[in-house]
Design a protein around this ligand. Sequence first.
Ligand code: NAD
Length: 505
Amino acid sequence: MATATQRTERLSSYNPATGEIVGSVPIHSQEDVDAAVARARIAAQSWSALSFEARNEELAAFRRAIAGAAEDLATIIHKENGKPELEAYVEVMMALGHIQHAAARAEKAMEPRKVSSGMLANFRATISYHPLGVIGVIGPWNYPIFTPMGSIAYALAAGNAVVFKPSELTPLVALKVEEIARKTFALPDLLQVVTGAGATGAALARSGVDKIAFTGSAATGKRVMIAAAEHLTPVLLELGGKDPMIVTEDADLEKAAEACVYGALTNAGQACISVERVYVASAIHDRFVDEVVKQVRDLKVGGDDGHLGAMTSPAQVGIVKDHLDDAVAKGAKIHTGGPDAISGNYIQPTVLTNVDHKMKVMTEETFGPVIPIAKVGSMDEAVKLANDSRYGLGSSVFGGKSARSIAAKLRAGMTSINSVMAFAGIPTLPFGGIGDSGFGRIHGDEGIREFTRVKSTSEQMMSIPLNMMTFRQPKDMAKRLRGMIKQLYGEGVVSKAGDFLRRLR
Ligand code: NAD
């Protein structure tokens, strides 16, 4: 952002593995944010006037430039966030998939639709979608490029400009993306980054942008909504989760355990769609636990070839320890890891059994490398416990024939059957939650339309004798309408007019 260099207040970004400072960024004020939004507004006017094809071409160039900078981006993510480089590359690759999909799909998703005009058969009814203007994106630190790109790419593809406020823990990767955007897009202010902590995010939320796309915790999401209310700014909230995994008696045990271990421990468990709790059929519970523990013991924490990196923030380490201490105090059994296996920002992956919903580890977002496994007597019990949460983001079911019907009963925005997290990598599938996991959707056609305003147009194609939209009515019109109401909508009336109406729907 242009004014940034003039400011003296700065924020440091630390490497959680070493504690070293990776770099520093400006702390942007309300005035800076407002100026960025004003510049974005000008860019949005030109960008929205381009054809889909022209926008697609520029987004393709942006995608190629991001791909070209993959090594730099992965290195910065690794340093700022603490995740292994391999996971950083996975993140960059997934972000690229979404840029490509959003750009290619926007025209189709925003195509005007002709719909039935019902009773007003002489009208042509059309729904069309238009860019909103400027989108404020506020992002978290756990997937510092993939997560915000789920909003940024879809907002840009829909014809909007973006002002992005990354997490204060991972601002450098965002500035790298901004640098690439400035070089690639003809409009240098199309994608701008403002940096700082919560106050800068709050400034963006009340800046009067046309929509705020927020990803972060439920507590902050509520604050964002309050700030956005000042200008009646609509919000899209991608919040936390407590994703359940259900394993049925006839599941492939080894594969289910492998997916469970990955789903719970990737990014050291710091994913909004991490497997946070597991419900296993009693007949296979003990064998499943043995298999999970065996696979977890093969994992390495830390180092260049580690499967799990450092936790990104010391505060999160404190939350994980608190959940483990609480579980142990309430009778949970630790199979590997545990509260004593925490050293600095590194947490050894922990497997717990004998867990129940009186424990924080089964009800609150742990956001760490912890696998609590509960034994269930039936799949009805598993579904009941899985749905016993104020969150409703992702979920997964491993099993045979019954897996689909179990999946259908889960109260969640997304479910993976015989895999974990796959829905996040399928760009056609909308991503989002319910309850304390938020509302609105990124990804998919819904994710494109989320950044549009819907317009309805009714066009009279010909005149008909019965015109309700005039005061020049025959004297007996009220009587005629009385008859029509009964004929068209009255109970048990099977009239030609009724059939006609049903056909129109
Ligand atoms: P957070 O809520 O602490 O911060 C998120 C962002 O909000 C940061 O950029 C922060 O600076 C900003 N912020 C803080 N206070 C603000 C305020 N008053 N107004 C506006 N912005 C403010 O979240 P986090 O710790 O960065 O991320 C972890 C959380 O994000 C977890 O709960 C995780 O589940 C969730 N998450 C959700 C998704 C999803 O798609 N649903 C994806 C990733 C992470």
